[in-house]
Design a protein around this ligand. Structure first.
Ligand code: DP6
Length: 398
């Protein structure tokens, strides 16, 4: 990728992932080593993605970073850790090759943008660091095991280095070499699996994951029990549900694990609340919907914020979207309520409406994003898609 002279530039995209067995808690905060393994579904980049350009040039005088068009501090330890690790791998790979195209001593410029609101609880740091590491690795010609590097940016970012269904092994080693992500199955494994993101708030979360999980590690006995006893068994079970494409079992375990994660937040002292009143209404709605159908047709999960991610099979999407629309009638503020993949219309039977749609709350959901499992990071070949120009400065504002 490196250009012989001038500025070398590489642009990649990377996906968001949503954990169905949650990561919460570190045993090593510097290396970002988790107290338990976790398992996630990578979401499709057609709907949610980060795009990052990494550039290096002899003339750059300092590392610089632009996020969504705004310059921010490039000295942050996690960014520098990723940069250091990619360079270390590049050095190892090159050995004494003096003819290597790009000097490892050059400073880098990085520009990154999301096509979704940052810090809206949509795992922007996971996609962000996965994208950064993918772009830097390409820039320096590094291949192979990179989830370990992405992990140094943000724990959950290691899972965004792969598509489909991904597990992040806790690992045993103190140096973290075995704390890596692994693909369980590609996104094509379960084509009927559909995902709705219900965006209830674009506001920044109250307590960030990094600080929140540390307080949980320090104070929650439930979290300790979860990591030692509950998660190991659930990892095995969840992998089997996915292998068998058993939606009911997958859905139940997904909901239970989300609920236990939020229970550990409540067990943290002082307690942390990520779910709000609307999140709780979505949970109740999902259970009424499933009870009405007499089986698990939809499954919610929530990360460190109030937005819901809901899994279902394709044949349930139209009906459930209509149920959500009836339960949270959209404000006609010009915002598009339904985004992403197309959704068909559904006429709801009267008995479904009376059993499931109770006490509607107008305007409580800003929009619904329809997506599905998708692939891992991608390289963009078209130079017109670089976010940094040949001068190493942002081409356009976000
Ligand atoms: C609730 O990966 O954001 O989304 O490693 O400190 O950067 P750091 O935390 P982060 O935590 C994500 C927590 C979660 C659950 C999950 O994604 O597994």
């Amino acid at each position: 990728m490196a250009e012989e002279r001038g500025t070398a530039r590489v642009t990649c995209t990377a996906p968001v992932n949503i954990a169905v067995i949650k990561y919460w808690g570190k045993r090593d905060t510097d290396l970002i080593l988790p107290i338990n393994s976790s398992l996630s579904v990578t979401l499709h980049q057609d709907q949610l993605r980060t795009t990052t350009t990494a550039a290096a040039c002899r003339d750059f005088t300092e590392d610089r970073l632009w996020l969504n068009g705004e310059e921010v501090d490039a000295g942050q330890p996690r960014l520098q850790a990723c940069l250091r690790e990619v360079r270390r791998l590049a050095r190892k790979r090159r050995g004494d090759d003096a003819a290597a195209p790009l000097s490892l001593s050059y400073k880098v410029h990085v520009a990154s943008e999301n096509n979704f609101p940052t810090a809206a609880g949509l795992a922007s740091s996971a996609a962000g660091y996965a994208c950064l590491v993918s772009a830097l690795a390409r820039l320096y010609g590094v291949e192979g095991e990179l989830s370990e590097v992405a992990r140094r940016g943000s724990g959950s970012a290691c899972r965004s280095m792969l598509g489909g269904f991904v597990q992040w092994h806790r690992g045993e080693r103190p140096d973290g070499r075995d704390s890596v992500a692994q693909q369980l199955a590609p996104e094509t494994h379960w084509p009927e699996l559909s995902v709705l993101v219900l965006v209830v708030s674009g506001e920044k979360k109250a307590v960030g994951s990094t600080a929140g999980m540390q307080t949980s590690v320090d104070t929650s006995p439930l979290l300790k029990y979860r990591a030692e006893v509950v998660v190991p068994e659930r990892m095995t079970r969840m992998a089997r549900c996915i292998q068998d494409r058993d939606f009911e079992a997958f859905g139940q375990l997904t909901m239970q694990d989300s609920n236990q994660f939020h229970a550990t937040c409540l067990d943290t002292f002082p307690p942390i609340f990520y779910l709000n009143d609307i999140s709780q209404r979505i949970i109740a709605l999902a259970h009424r919907f499933n009870a009405h159908h007499g089986r698990t047709k939809v499954a919610y999960t929530f990360d460190a914020g109030p937005n819901a991610v809901i899994f279902m099979l394709e044949d349930t999407v139209d009906e459930f979207v209509e149920v959500v629309r009836r339960s949270f009638p959209p404000n006609s503020n010009g915002d598009q309520f339904l985004r992403g993949r197309p959704v068909g219309t559904a006429v709801l039977p009267e008995e479904l409406v009376s059993a499931v749609v109770v006490d509607p709350v107008p305007g409580a959901i800003r929009y619904i994003l329809h997506t599905k499992p998708g692939p891992g990071p991608q390289l963009l070949d078209d130079p017109s898609q670089h976010l940094l120009g040949p001068d190493g400065l942002p081409c356009r504002s976000a």
